[in-house]
Design a binder for this molecule. Structure first.
Ligand code: GDP
Length: 331
């Protein structure tokens, strides 16, 4: 059975940068057990004053674009410069058979072996809202443990991007040259979310194509109006095999960070992200407590067939269950 520590032990362990305690604290924060929830939320509250000092970077792109390779090469470059780096993931597919994106991180061996790096596979199970609030808490725990750069990986398909965009300062989109937008499954919305675009695998024979793609994307991005932060999204090329272009990406992110810090956007963005975190928690916890309530489950199971048959309206059943749940809680 998993050992549960006392609040102070978790807190002191995390703040002193103890890896084992940090891992245990993240496991606690990820726990789906109701009995862990109070301790986990107390811990996050306790460490909150020690958070916020890292650069938070989200990385997305379709499977195969080279996210893991990029994170390993980019992370290695940073740790070689003396930075400490934590790698997290939001993976909506982790509950399915595919396994989590950072689950089999034999691919990140070089980075994982470095004492300045910390790699955490994505939490498994639960709805995306649940998974992403847990990743946000893991991020805060890593910050409290002193990590200076947080890299959060997500697969470029669907809602998980929005979840990651809502917890990072800089959102990086990896793309490939020679593949149409449709082919890459990249929607315009995701391009608009990006603070930086990288044409990846710009090495060998692919270099010329990468340069062409870079101009094409630059032109396309010029058509987008500037966002609230007044930042015009740069398009760069890079290779995680030759490491070419990686330092330019880091320079771009640092430039963004200092610009946004000066303008006040960094803080105002984090402030609105905190409110989104509250919304996510409310929705997640309400859903969880409601759907896990034993009598609600029983009533749901008893009446599911009637909804399926068209005998009972889904709205009417949902309202009855909710009425029942809240009346029950009042006692
Ligand atoms: P992910 O699914 O986005 O995490 O992609 P991976 O990091 O697993 O990479 C997918 C494939 O692309 C692997 O076979 C990598 O070896 C290869 N790859 C990754 N980065 C590069 C790169 O910069 N250049 C080249 N030529 N291949 C790369």
């Amino acid at each position: 059975m998993r050992k549960r520590l006392a609040l102070q032990e978790y807190k002191e362990g995390v703040l002193s940068g103890d890896r084992t305690k940090l891992s245990q604290a993240i496991t606690l924060a990820e726990s789906a057990l109701e009995s862990d929830l109070a301790l986990a939320s107390d811990l996050v509250q306790e460490i909150l004053p020690f958070t916020g000092k890292s650069i938070r970077i989200g990385i997305t792109g379709v499977p195969g674009v080279g996210k893991s390779s990029f994170i390993e090469a980019f992370g290695k470059m940073l740790v070689d410069e003396g930075k400490s780096v934590a790698v997290l993931a939001v993976d909506p597919s982790s509950q399915k058979s595919k396994g989590s994106i950072l689950g089999d991180k034999t691919r990140m061996e070089k980075l994982a072996g470095d004492k300045r790096a910390f790699i955490r596979p994505s939490p498994t199970g639960g709805a995306l809202g649940g998974v992403s609030t847990k990743t946000r808490e893991a991020m805060l725990l890593c910050e409290a443990a002193g990590f200076e750069v947080i890299l959060i990986e997500t697969v470029g398909v669907g809602q998980s991007e929005t979840a990651v965009k809502n917890m990072v300062d800089f959102f990086l989109l990896l793309m490939l040259a020679g593949a149409g937008d449709e082919l890459q499954g990249i929607k315009k919305g995701i391009m608009e979310m990006a603070d930086g675009v990288v044409i990846h695998k710009a090495d060998g024979d692919n270099q010329t194509n990468a340069k062409k793609a870079r101009s094409a994307y630059k032109n396309a991005l010029h058509l987008f109006p500037l966002g609230q932060n007044n930042w015009s999204t740069p398009v760069l090329t890079a290779s995680s095999v030759t490491n070419e272009g990686l330092s330019d990406i880091w320079m771009m992110i640092q430039k963004y960070n200092s610009q946004m810090d000066k303008s006040g956007f960094l803080e105002s963005n984090r402030a609105s992200q905190r409110l989104k975190w509250l919304d996510e928690n409310l929705q997640f916890l309400l859903g969880k407590f409601f759907l896990e309530h034993r009598q609600v489950q029983e009533m749901l199971n008893q009446n599911r067939k009637r909804v399926e048959n068209g005998e009972l309206s889904p709205l009417s059943l949902a309202r009855d269950l909710i009425d029942f749940f809240f009346n029950e809680k009042k006692i």
